[in-house]
Design a protein around this ligand. Structure first.
Ligand SMILES: [Ca+2]
Ligand SMILES: [Ca+2]
Length: 246
């Protein structure tokens, strides 16, 4: 192809020269086949620009369905009840903290039991018993002399009542009043006249003698409580309400 392009101007020159000869038809008949061959090999010219085509029809728009109506809220459901509390999970507290918690719980239970016991005691003691401080006075409504009183209370695990202060004396007085009967006390001056002692031999530190007592009238070595709570020394062979203390 490169050779043909290089030779084409030369051939064209020769062809044009031949064409200008006097016998044109003869020349054309002798050279045209060759010229056509050369013209066909030359580059072709671009044709005129065509008219612009008509604009196409617009495409159909996709149809949309009808708009959805707004949703109507349904009836409100009942609120569910709260379920039972599940088992308590394991605590992450250190063992010491858990032990402290257990001790506090036990202490709380113990306090409750103490309150219950105290209440039970009060119920059981009324009306034949009284609690005062750490001491309990109680009678089985039996009667007897001093020696009977000592033995009866010892048999019950207590001792003959011996008030050591005003509060205890008042408690004993209540029992005396309830039974409307004088009571014998665990106090005497058998060892030394005029020196009153408790059953353990200790000299009394509290007394509530009636006016004019003790007078040792007729050799009196025991002590009785009257309904007013006052004390009188009396003969130990008389009979009284026996009240024990525990
Ligand atoms: Ca006496
Ligand atoms: Ca007396």
């Amino acid at each position: 192809m490169l050779v043909l392009l290089v030779l084409s101007p030369l051939v064209l020159g020769i062809s044009l020269q031949k064409t200008t000869s006097s016998d044109a038809d003869h020349v054309l008949q002798g050279w045209v086949p060759n010229a056509c061959t050369l013209v066909i090999c030359a580059p072709t010219e671009r044709g005129p620009k065509g008219e612009k085509g008509d604009q196409g029809l617009p495409g159909t728009q996709e149809l949309q369905g009808p708009a959805r109506p707004p949703a109507i809220p349904g009836p409100k459901g009942d609120k569910g009840s709260i379920g039972e509390k599940g088992p308590r999970g394991e605590s992450n507290l250190p063992e010491l903290e858990q032990l402290k918690t257990q001790v506090r719980d036990l202490q709380s239970e113990l306090d409750g039991l103490k309150a219950t016991i105290t209440k039970t005691q009060k119920v059981l003691l009324i009306p034949s018993g009284v609690i005062v401080g750490e001491k309990v006075f109680k009678t089985d409504v039996s009667g007897g002399d001093y020696d009977t009183g000592i033995s009866s209370c010892s048999h019950l695990g207590g001792k003959l009542a011996s008030p050591t202060n005003a509060a205890e004396n008042n408690a004993l007085q209540q029992i005396v009043i309830w039974h409307n009967k004088r009571a014998i006390l665990g106090i005497n001056d058998m060892a030394t006249e005029g020196k009153f002692e408790y059953l353990n031999g200790e000299v009394i530190g509290y007394s509530n003698w009636a006016q004019g007592e003790p007078n040792n009238l007729g050799n009196e070595h025991c002590v009785e409580m009257h309904l007013d709570g006052k004390w009188h020394d009396r003969a130990c062979s008389l009979e009284w309400l026996i009240i024990c203390e525990f």
